[in-house]
Design a protein around this ligand. Structure first.
Ligand code: FES
Length: 512
């Protein structure tokens, strides 16, 4: 027995999402012929499934495809807080976008929460939907002012909230802002029910069906890697990173961040509520109830740009220290990580991919708030397809112009890409593939830069480290055993297959 197996307080050796592990999902076929539908949706996460469900309910013929398995991407990695409290944001929105748009953002997310509650009731979905208060807090004196400003923004926008000087959990806090009557659930139990309702309404789902291109025109087509075509009236990209760009330059205006979650059985009882610190590194807490009735507390945080920073396993260790120092650890049955995409102004892109392509729609850039933003996206996408008015159309329009702070963010982020493009090429590498022990990966020197991972059986997997998107050098992710690109966040498996775009082609394999 190894030391991991003997010690319950140790982290699991491999990442595994509790959400994914605790539901049974049906399998769907791969698309194996050309088909014609009204709407083709690419990506079966919360936005794709909810949009498919809403459209099928209106009598629209929808095909939903996923490059891998349904509900296996970001939606399986969320902490699944259903709230309009999205970190410190309303003060920033009032100053950057104006009071009206700040209020619209709140309303859109409040509507999404209301929609989820209604759908759960309508379909009698057992998904542990519970009402919870959402707390933003700080443990440092220097951030109290930020929270005071955020609370002032709540008052200005008419958001119900309270300002507190402590938390109802054993985490030291100097100040907190609470948004009452928010919610949490088991996202995959909820979405499995919507998926079944979609199928019952005549919808079709195809897994392992990779969309590589969209053909434009009044009858656009999604082309799959196997060469099959889905002809339709509207294409909707809910694939996290849009599967096609069409000169929308999404790679230059979406920034990829990773964060980490530990699922912990704690020594102290977790009293409820959802918490997020505004400090760096951030900390997020909520609980969920497991099938056997035990509470699992989800400790999250440690955001960083994908492919950058310290070895990723250290982020899990930092969360482990935090859990031990606050609630105490009995056991850590789960750990997993998530990738989130952020826009320069922090508002998602939901709508036509470019101003000239009205029937190719995208939904992406939810930061870490996919449960409400993804649901708001589905409600807006439905209305765009059905040509109905929607109050949030302009707020989320992907072709909105950048202003003020978001222009500065664009410049800083693209300078960061340029820096990493050069740095990776001139880095000195000392490691050789022969020195890797089992279950170890690293960038190695084989006369040139290469990526190597020796698996648990001792087999060496080597890949070229030049990202197939725009040529930056990928880095080893020790926490998740992947190759991650520091420029636009593409991720690849140990054998080079694409896990996350914008890259479309795998890393080249190197045969020994
Ligand atoms: Fe753009 Fe790698 S993701 S260069």
């Amino acid at each position: 027995m190894d030391s991991h197996a003997m010690d319950n307080k140790a982290m699991p050796q491999f990442p595994d999402s509790y959400w994914r592990e605790s539901v049974r999902l049906p399998a769907f076929p791969k698309l194996s012929e050309d088909i014609t539908v009204d709407v083709a949706i690419v990506g079966a996460g919360i936005s794709g499934i909810t949009t498919a469900y809403l459209l099928a309910k209106e009598g629209v013929k929808v095909a939903l495809i996923d490059a891998g398995l349904i509900l296996n991407g970001t939606t399986a990695s969320t902490t699944a807080k259903i709230t309009a409290q999205h970190d410190i944001i309303y003060d920033q929105f009032i100053h950057q976008l104006g009071e009206e748009k700040a209020r619209l953002y709140y309303e859109a997310n409040k509507d999404a929460l209301r929609f989820i509650r209604k759908a759960v009731q309508e379909h009698s979905i057992e998904c542990q939907l519970t009402k919870e208060n959402a707390y933003l807090y700080t443990s440092s004196d220097s951030a109290i002012e930020k929270l005071e400003k955020e609370f002032a923004a709540y008052k200005q926008l008419g958001i119900p909230g309270e300002f507190l000087d402590s938390l109802p959990i054993p985490v030291p806090a100097k100040a907190a802002v609470v948004m009452k009557d928010q919610a949490q659930f088991h996202p995959l139990q909820y979405l499995t029910a919507l998926m079944h309702a979609f199928i019952d309404a005549g919808g079709s789902i195809y897994e392992n069906t990779i969309a590589v291109e969209a053909d434009l025109g009044s009858k656009p087509k999604v082309i799959t890697r196997d060469g099959h075509k889905i002809t339709c009236q509207h294409v909707i990209a809910c694939s996290h990173f849009p599967f096609c760009d069409l000169h929308g330059f999404y790679f230059a205006r979406l920034y990829a961040y990773r964060s980490y979650v530990l699922g912990v059985k704690t020594e102290k009882e977790f009293p409820g509520g959802m918490y997020l610190s505004v400090d760096q590194p951030s900390r997020s807490l909520r609980y969920t109830t497991m099938g056997n009735g035990d509470r699992l507390v989800l400790f999250g945080g440690e955001n960083h740009k994908t492919g950058q920073g310290i070895p990723t396993i250290n982020h899990y260790e930092a969360l482990q220290d935090f859990a031990a120092g606050t609630f105490g650890i009995k056991e850590i049955p789960y750990r997993w990580s998530a990738q989130d995409l952020v826009t320069p102004d922090n508002v998602p892109y939901i709508g036509p991919i470019t101003s000239s392509e009205e029937n190719i729609l995208v939904a992406t850039g939810y930061r870490k708030w996919g449960m409400t933003n993804g649901t708001a996206a589905a409600l807006l996408l439905r209305d765009l397809v059905l040509e109905r008015d929607n109050p949030y159309r302009e707020l989320y329009a992907p072709s909105r112009s950048s202003t003020g702070q978001s222009i500065k963010t664009l410049i800083v982020e693209n300078a960061d890409v340029a820096k990493h493009l050069v740095e990776g090429k001139v880095e000195l590498i000392q490691m050789r593939p022969e020195t890797l022990v089992n279950d170890e990966g690293a960038v190695v020197d084989i006369g040139r830069r290469a990526g190597a991972y020796r698996d648990e059986q001792g087999t060496l997997h080597m890949v070229e480290t030049t990202c197939t998107h725009m040529g930056c050098e990928v880095e080893w992710n020790s926490g998740d055993r992947t190759w991650d690109c520091p420029c636009h966040g593409s991720r690849f498996s140990i054998t080079g297959e694409v896990i996350e775009g914008p890259a479309e082609r795998p890393l080249e394999k190197i045969e020994e």
